[in-house]
Design a protein around this ligand. Structure first.
Ligand code: PMP
Length: 405
């Protein structure tokens, strides 16, 4: 262990809670992570001592709030190693980031008969915005298939790329299977056909170092609340040359330069894509969250969670009737499973009575569930503060529930 996990856990007051008289075992980090004091206290401090709307004020507080907000943009830039803060657009989260991109890219460059490529294991947030845009533009959605182990079939992708392909959209890490996709290779393949790539980083940014220049992706989206930050804030990274080409998504507020009754001219990057008052308290708190995980070290978090996941897989595989979905060579801190014919909802509900928080259902990936031939799974997803004892509690819980059926 490269950081003191007991000390780290003390930063997260919620982890000390009892649920039905049992210590909370929080294994729903894929849905959202808990917040350290450093993040919550930054929000309270800003509301108590700094609060004023950003960008438009000459007064002291507005300047101070603006400075914090823009320093947060720099913190995000540094965290994902973007070239410039002009490439960091604040949004409400991954979902809004992708909706922004699907709309703007659709307006700029998609015509009837064009093709949008997504993968078989996308979250609804990286399917539906593209489907909606395809509907408006008469474009076609194409899907990279996957193997039974949960790995994307890259040879098939190669055959799918052509002069009608407008973008390839792929999740970095599957929120269901834990598969870490070879996104760098996908970017290379797409670029060979001059096709840009969006990576959905919702499930990678909290778990591993991410360097957008190294990946060479054109767009990258993630959510603050999944990386120990607040809800209501996320990021769309885009290469400057791409963002320059795209029209704004929403109108109003900071995205304008001049407005007359006849026409509006738009602000420079990244403000062109940021209509309305941003959640500047959340952006500041997000910077605190990134500072927090960076201090622990993303490599250390990755190593800790890899070890925990391997331990969980080993122990869970020994449970009678256990079916684990996803067996990719490179996988991350998510384990989706079913036991015998116990319904995922029953398993989740009974684990909850033992204080164990897991997610059940289709995990916003219904096409993937259809591919797997199931209606849903139980999903345990780990975070930087989870322990082997918690994995033991999960395994004991699953065994107890299994005996009841
Ligand atoms: N993509 C993936 C892979 C996810 O796991 C999630 C959240 N479950 C999202 C997108 C959507 O994130 P948000 O709800 O924060 O917009």
């Amino acid at each position: 262990m490269m950081y003191d996990i007991n000390k780290v856990r003390e930063d997260f007051p919620i982890l000390a809670r009892q649920i039905y008289g049992k210590p909370l075992v929080y294994l729903d980090n894929g849905a959202t992570t808990q917040k350290p004091r450093q993040v919550v206290e930054a929000m309270v401090d800003e509301y108590y001592n700094v609060n004023a709307n950003v960008h438009r004020g000459v007064h002291f507080l507005s300047q101070q709030a603006t400075d914090l907000h823009e320093a947060s943009r720099e913190a995000v830039r540094r965290f994902i190693n973007a070239r410039s803060t002009d490439e960091i657009v604040f949004t409400r989260g991954t979902t809004e980031s992708i909706n922004l991109l699907a709309f703007s890219l659709g307006e700029a460059m998609v015509k009837e008969g064009d093709e949008i490529v997504v993968s078989a294991m996308e979250h609804h947030s990286d399917i539906v915005p593209w489907q909606m845009m395809c509907g408006r533009k008469g474009a076609v959605l194409r899907v990279i298939p996957m193997t039974d182990e949960g790995e994307l079939e890259l040879e098939t992708l190669e055959g799918m790329l052509n002069e009608r392909t407008r973008i390839v959209c792929c999740t970095h890490v599957s929120n269901v299977l834990g598969t870490v996709n070879p996104v760098k290779q996908i970017v290379k393949m797409a670029h060979a056909h001059d096709v840009p790539v969006l990576i959905d980083g919702a499930q990678s940014v909290p778990h591993m170092p991410v360097d957008v220049q190294d990946l060479d992706c054109d767009f990258f989206a993630f959510s603050g609340h999944k990386v120990y930050g607040p809800t209501g804030v996320g990021v769309l990274y885009g290469k400057e040359e791409w963002l320059e080409k795209l029209p704004p998504y929403q109108g109003g507020g900071e995205m304008i330069k001049n407005v007359t009754w006849e026409r509006t001219t738009y602000n420079v990057l990244p403000y062109k894509f940021e209509a309305g008052t941003p959640d500047y308290v959340a952006t500041h708190a997000l910077a605190k969250a990134l500072e927090y995980v960076a201090a622990l070290g993303m490599e250390n978090i990755y190593a800790h969670e890899q070890e925990l996941t391997q331990y969980a897989l080993e122990r869970m595989r020994q449970i009678e009737g256990m079916r684990i979905f996803g067996d990719a060579a490179h996988r991350d801190a998510v384990v989706s499973f079913l036991v015998g014919d116990i319904h995922h909802l029953d398993m989740g509900t009974l684990l909850d009575r033992l204080g164990i928080a897991v997610r059940t259902g289709h995990h916003c990936a219904e096409p993937l569930m259809t591919r797997l031939g199931i209606s849903g799974t139980v999903r345990a997803s780990f975070g930087l503060y989870n322990t082997r004892e918690e994995v033991d509690a999960l395994v004991a819980g699953i065994e107890k529930v299994s005996r009841m059926f």
